[in-house]
Each structure stands twice: as structure tokens, then as C-alpha cells.
Design a protein around this ligand. Sequence first.
Ligand code: 9MR
Length: 360
Amino acid sequence: MRKTVAVLATLSFLAIAPPPAQAHGGHDYSLRNAGPRDLRIGSAVAGGGHHVDQPYPDPFPNDKPYRKVLAREFSSLSPENQMKWEFIHPERHRYNFGPADDIVKFAQRNGQVVRGHTLLWHSQNPAWLNEGTFTKAELRQILKSHILTVVGHYRGKIHQWDVANEILDGNGAYRQENIFIRELGPGIVADAFRWAHQADPRAQLFLNDYGVDWPGAKVDAYEALAKELLAARVPLHGFASQAHLSMRYGAPDQLGAVLQRFDDLGLKTAITELDVRMDLPESGVPTAEQLQTQARYYKTVLDACLSVDDCNSFTVWGATDKYSWVPVFFPAEGAATIMWEDFTRKPAYFTLRDTLRAAR
Ligand code: 9MR
């Protein structure tokens, strides 16, 4: 798809005026306008999850400078926690759509798309679900009705849904912590995709996971699963690498080859949760060298996405260190995002922007 766009762009002066160089006034130097037009650049939208225990007010509704950064820099938004089961479906017969609705409205006002996250996951499920006693038929009905209700609520407004999140472990086996997979068997994955498609036929439906940045058992298992689902005509449209990276390990220089395997199956691919954490020196401030290394990791992942035809969404998991989950979950590590806490930009930001520009 990207190649077609490039050809059209070169020929467009012959016939029709090319699209305006900047679709959104005032965003001239932002990430969202730097790169190829068919590649969405996204960020997580902070709220819920770990933020609830932090000494600051709920980020998205209260931090206006933060919202400005989100609007200026990104063409896609991912609710970080606000569409997860525990947040959006806190009681069996009550949904809490308000905060996610606000993100969707904001995105529409700012010409952004939204990635829905997530429908079938082992984590951040509400107590009523984890601790309830249900028959298999009831559990299946609970999942079906959740997916039809949530996906239906946002019908026509979601670019991509992470339908199945982290369903395989490091060896490529189905995760038994996932209540639906454990109780109903892996066949439930296909059903989740079918229900999501029924509720919003236009949304692109994804498998999403971490630890799939290098070839190995997990990637092999996802490839086999994708083939199986496609052969059964399940509405699976994409495979995504979250790309939570640490500088303790090497940069994922084979990620392009991994994504290509899914592109070859006719699937779209995406980077959905990129961040690059590092061990902080005692001062708490990364060295210039660390920041350069971090920029290189970010570029490696962006290059991988740019190298396949149908990688159409590239999302960072937090635009700023101010709200990053990393220091909360990995106390020795931090500084994982592309902007400092005051929203000034790190080398990784500029490297991403330059790389996007060069790919235009
Ligand atoms: O960033 C999210 C954080 O606020 C939550 O507390 C945490 C709880 O599991 O989930 C974080 O987001 C995760 C995402 O939903 C799925 N992939 C891994 C992400 C980082 O843990």
C-alpha cells in the first residue's frame, strides 16, 4: 500500500493537486505530519491503571498542556486503561463509558483515529469476573455480550481493536491465566474476533503481544495461529508487536523480518506500545550516550514498521516520562519515552521525526 501511495504522490502534479503538506495547521513540525500519509503515529492516553495510585490528578481530563501535546503530535490515540474490562465494565450489569468516550470525542475533534485496547486479556479484569462462579455457558455469554456492547458502543469510531491481548506465553502456549481460554478453550479466540467483527465490521481486528520482536517460539506460534484463523475465515486483520523494550537487551534488529511474515499472510501489522527503558544512573538523569542509544532503539522499531508494506500504525506507550508506567513497574529503570516530564523532546523524538520525514 505504501508503494502505491508513493507512486501516486510523484504523479499527482500531473493531474490533481497533491494533498496539503500539513493537514492540521500549526502542527508543521510534529510527528503526525512528518511521515507517510498511510502511517498513523499514536500515543497511549494516560489514565486508570497505575495512574490511580500516583500523586497527580487523572492525567487526561486535568492536564491541559498534556492534551495539547497529544493533539499536536499524534494522529492516533490508545486509551491506556480506559477501555479495559476493569475500567469500562466495573460491575456485571454496569458499564463506565464516560472516560473512553471523552478520548474518542477528543480524537474526532483533532482528526485522530483511536485504537481500542483490549477485549480478551488475562489481566485487569474486574473482581466480579475473576471471583464469580459461572458455568461455561454463562462465561461465554459474558464475553460475547461484553464484546458486542463495547465494540458496538464505539462502532465506526475505532480504527483498530486489540481483540486478543497477550494470549500466548513465551513458549507459544495459550496462557492459562486467561480465564476465558482456561475455561472455554482456545477456540474462544476465534469467537472473540467474530463477535468484534459483527459489532463493528469496519474496525481492523488485531492480535497484540509483547516479546514478539525477535524470531522464536512465540512468533512461530502466532504465525501458526494467524494461518489457522485465516484458513477458518475468522475476521483477523492484523498482528501487532507492543515493543516494550529495555536497553538491557539488544535492539530488535530482526523485527522487520518478523512483521514481514505476517504481512506475507495478507495481514496488516502495527507497533502498538513502544517504549525503551534504561537503567538510570544514580543522579536519575540519563547520560547523553544513553539517550543516543535509546534513539537508536526507537529508530530500529520505526524502520521495521516502515520496511513492510502494510504496517499502518506506530504507537508509543506514553508520550512523556511524566506518566510512564515504567518506573512504577521496573524501579531501577526509567526515562523510557520520547519526552521529558515537562514535554521537552529527547533525541529519540527527533530521530523518529527525521526518520519519518525521510520515508515520506
Ligand atoms: O500502562 C498500563 C498501566 O497503566 C497499567 O497499570 C498496567 C497494568 O497491567 O498496564 C499497562 O499497559 C499494559 C498494556 O495494557 C498491555 N501491554 C503491557 C502494558 C504495560 O504493562
